[in-house]
Design a protein around this ligand. Structure first.
Ligand code: GAR
Length: 316
């Protein structure tokens, strides 16, 4: 399987970026670093990335509106072909637009046991509060600062006499272990058949009267007591693909789709002209589009009574 393409954004030393980078050198690491960007051209981490032959980009945010700067960064990420973004000490508040564009594909590391101590001075605040543990968290980025679902955490014991600096040093060791492992699991999840099937299931089962059965070993979705409108295939007949099969109008549409994007669309073996295979394991699946494919496929097999209901609901 191709490695997931990860871009890292930093503002400073970049030790977490370095941890991600060196972990990526392992043959079995499921991601590769393809780009390191910074809002500070003097960020020390840029040197590390350059020395390792990673493409870097830096531009000061000073004097720029937040949205305009984030658009500049977004352009760079797209030009680099990033699939995921890892924030590693990127000390910029992100515009909601930017966060939205990378929703579900951007993670951050923060030096506290979230939800405690968002923001700055995390170690001192943990010591002052008399906590037994500080630590670090990796979370999915959502619009709030240091907010979003936590993927993993490492607690680090606070010892008598700890200062913010001594605690920070131990938390840094923990960060360097936690971030590469969590990023690896995160990009794998996005490609794992179980996760992909779960997403298809959620969309398919939301359609009126949908049910799920197993046909020829594949999870398949149909209308209760009616026809099937979608199949989820995993390595079907050893083809190595994870894909969704949906109904289409016929041979012409099938040929046009394959011509449009032959890496994504394919003619499913044994299904004939009325179906198209859509790969879900390319790392850039547009789930809104998948929802639309499922809806159209459902409409193609739904009895009039039901499809009329769908039409009526859409007219509201
Ligand atoms: C890390 O401790 C990271 O958790 C923190 O900045 C440091 C960057 O160090 N991030 C935040 O506080 C985000 N709110 P590094 O540049 O050596 O990786």
């Amino acid at each position: 399987m191709a490695k997931a393409r990860v871009a890292v954004l930093i503002s400073g030393a970049g030790t977490n970026m370095a941890a991600l980078l060196y972990a990526a050198k392992a043959e079995n690491c499921p991601y590769e670093l393809i780009f390191v960007g910074s809002n500070d051209p003097g960020a020390a981490g840029l040197e590390i990335a350059r020395a390792e032959g990673i493409a870097t980009w830096a531009h000061s945010h000073k004097g720029m509106a937040r949205g305009a700067f984030d658009t500049l960064v977004d352009d760079q990420l797209h030009a680099a072909g990033a699939e995921f973004v890892a924030l590693a000490g990127y000390m910029r508040i992100l515009s909601d637009d930017f966060v939205e564009r990378w929703a579900g594909r951007m993670i951050n590391i923060h030096p506290s046991l979230l939800p405690r101590y968002k923001g700055l001075d995390t170690h001192q605040r943990a010591i002052d509060a008399g906590d037994s543990f500080g630590g670090c968290s990796v979370h999915i980025v959502t619009p709030g600062v240091d907010d979003g679902p936590v993927l993993a955490q490492t607690p680090v014991a606070i010892v008598p006499g700890d200062t913010a600096a001594t605690l920070a040093r131990r938390v840094q060791f923990a960060e360097h272990q936690l971030y590469p492992a969590t990023l690896a699991a995160f990009v794998m999840r996005d490609r794992s058949p179980a996760y992909l099937c779960g997403r298809v299931r959620e969309l398919a089962m939301a359609l009126p009267d949908a049910n799920e059965t197993i046909s020829h070993g594949m999870p398949c979705f149909g209308i209760a007591k009616g026809k099937k409108f979608a199949y989820f295939t995993e390595d079907h007949h050893g083809d190595g693909r994870t894909a969704l099969l949906v109904k289409i109008s016929g041979a012409d549409e099938q040929a046009a789709l394959i011509e449009l994007d032959e890496a994504r669309y394919f003619r499913p073996a044994y299904f004939g002209d009325g179906w198209i295979g859509i790969r879900l394991d390319l790392g850039d699946t547009d789930w809104d589009a998948i929802g639309e494919w499922l809806r159209k496929s459902w409409l193609a097999v739904a009895p009039k009574k039901l499809s009329g209901l769908m039409g009526a609901a859409e007219d509201l």
